[in-house]
Design a protein around this ligand. Structure first.
Ligand code: BTN
Length: 246
């Protein structure tokens, strides 16, 4: 099916995880030297093994949006992938809730008053000077499922005042994502500024993060021109590519 020009659109009633499906699709395509997979959006009504960041699971009952976008990107764009995906989802959500202000928690959680509205999970596989990128995203539309392994409560578009249907929400968010994500990735400086304008973190805010090498604490400075989170810790500047803000 083709929902938007140049984008394959795969719709599933149920799947383990749209990210896992995207990876299987990649494997199948890479095994065929002749084939070229156009940008492909995989969307499911429900997932039975939805994946969250940091090895968590993602509850995916009917009533939510669960999608993954697979596309080729240049390797130089990889540091920007999580930020571009978060902003692209937010731009779609703002079509439904135009007054939504600063809701991006680094790198790409959508949070309203400390309640999670949506999340993004990216992966990539480098092939020469380009990479297969998977940007998976979930948005709570009608319901606000619990977050396994996460004490925070969730919220939903409906709780925040969206009065439309699931189909309307999916159409607006998915269409915005497939059109805006490539544009954001191609314009890192404008992406950096858009991300900062939508971030819940302000200059000087104290952040504590869990990283693979241990906890990191510092004052929020912003994003570097390479797409890294920058913190000030005493007289040092720490740059981080990944981690979890606590
Ligand atoms: C997070 O932990 O915040 C990231 C959640 C990402 C969930 C989405 S739902 C669609 C896609 N498929 C998955 O298995 N996960 C992502």
């Amino acid at each position: 099916m083709s929902g938007w020009p140049g984008v394959n659109w795969v719709w599933l009633a149920a799947v383990d995880s749209t990210n896992a499906m995207a990876e299987r699709l990649q494997e199948a395509w890479l095994a065929d030297a002749e084939a070229v997979l156009p940008p492909t959006l995989i969307c499911a009504d429900t997932q039975w093994a939805g994946r969250g960041r940091h090895g968590r699971s993602w509850q995916s009952p009917r009533g939510g949006l669960y999608a993954s976008f697979v596309s080729w990107v240049g390797v130089e764009a990889l540091p920007w992938l999580p930020l571009a995906a978060g902003v692209a989802v937010l731009l779609g959500v703002r079509r439904l809730l135009p007054s939504l202000g600063r809701v991006l928690k680094w790198p790409n959680d959508l949070e309203v008053e400390q309640r999670k509205l949506g999340g993004v999970l990216c992966s990539s596989r480098i092939q020469g000077d380009r990479a297969w990128a998977v940007a998976g995203f979930g948005v709570n539309v009608l319901g606000a499922p619990a977050l396994p392994g996460d004490p925070r409560q969730a919220t939903s578009l409906a709780q925040l005042g969206f009065g439309g249907t699931l189909e309307e929400a999916r159409e607006a968010i998915l269409e915005t994502f497939v059109t805006q994500f490539p544009v954001l990735l191609a314009n890192p400086e404008s992406l950096r500024r858009t991300w900062l304008a939508a971030s819940i973190h302000g200059p000087g805010d104290r952040l504590r993060l869990k990283t693979t090498t241990g906890p990191v604490e510092g004052q929020f400075l912003g994003l570097s021109r390479q797409g890294m989170l920058e913190l000030r810790a005493g007289d040092r500047i720490i740059s981080l590519a990944s981690g979890e803000v606590e």
